[in-house]
Design a protein around this ligand. Structure first.
Ligand SMILES: [Zn+2]
Ligand SMILES: [Zn+2]
Length: 261
């Protein structure tokens, strides 16, 4: 009996460890990789580390980095205006996931080349897709299936279930930022930006710091999104750790005038 309960406890602890590991791998893949590193160049890391971090986003069904970054840079150019790829004004469902099935204003291949010349020049990122065609989406889906079969083969079903749950939750975190953090009824604003961006604490917790979205729109190139000490920003703490380990440099910090407001 004692053996039975201790083996169940061991399974639960194993599951929790895998879940936390996969949540950070996929979550940071999006927030640190796709967003702060590739979209905004808020810091630089060695190429091998960039690929490793970004893989967490790719294996969380985010599609090719060029396409993701192209959509996100367009969002910053046209935030809450016509042409914003996922503005809540165009409908909550559209902002949450509908835009992925069909953007209101199609982003052409030429648009992506204009928005992402840096990533187009990268041999790996450019191979993962440079247009909004279904091929790159299916390639990402196929790679995600293979990734999970490998988890099952090498680490077993507990790891697989933990990854499915973690990546399923992480998948929705940028969608929450796109919708909740642009709705006037949610959270608060400390920065007088020209858009409707909001800081929402619970989105920040789920999305590893990305919910301090009004801060982000006020200082898009900043690697730090939580400006106040109590604005928890797991991605920023990771950047801090990488800096201590001498694994990143050229970190853009928020301007003094927006800190401690
Ligand atoms: Zn935004
Ligand atoms: Zn951004």
């Amino acid at each position: 009996m004692a053996d039975g309960s201790s083996s169940i406890l061991a399974m639960v602890l194993t599951f929790i460890a895998w879940f936390i590991g996969f949540y950070l791998y996929h979550g940071l893949g999006i927030t640190l990789g796709y967003h702060r590193l590739l979209s905004h160049k808020a810091l630089t890391v060695p190429k091998w580390l960039s690929y490793l971090i970004v893989s967490g986003g790719y294996f969380c069904l985010q599609g090719g980095p060029v396409v993701w970054v192209g959509v996100h840079r367009l969002h910053h150019q046209k935030t809450d205006m016509p042409g914003d790829p996922h503005a809540p004004e165009d409908g909550f469902i559209h902002a949450l996931f509908g835009w992925m099935l069909g953007m209101k204003e199609k982003q052409s291949s030429e648009d992506l080349h204009r928005l992402c010349p840096d990533l187009m020049a990268d041999p790996i990122y450019s191979r993962l897709g440079t247009t909004h065609n279904p091929v790159q989406a299916y390639a990402c889906l196929g790679a995600n299936i293979v990734f999970r079969l490998l988890i099952l083969y090498f680490f077993g079903w507990i790891a697989l279930v933990a990854d499915l749950l973690a990546s399923g939750m992480v998948f929705w975190s940028p969608q929450l930022v796109n919708t909740i953090c642009h709705m006037p009824s949610m959270g608060y604003r400390l920065n007088d930006t020209r858009d409707k961006s909001r800081n929402v604490w619970w989105v920040a917790l789920i999305a590893l710091g990305e919910g301090w979205h009004n801060n982000h729109h006020a200082a898009p190139r900043s690697a730090r999104h939580g400006f106040a000490w109590w604005e928890i920003d797991i991605t920023w703490y990771t950047v801090w750790l990488l800096e201590k380990l001498r694994l990143c440099k050229n970190i853009t910090r928020p301007p003094k005038n927006v800190m401690d407001v």
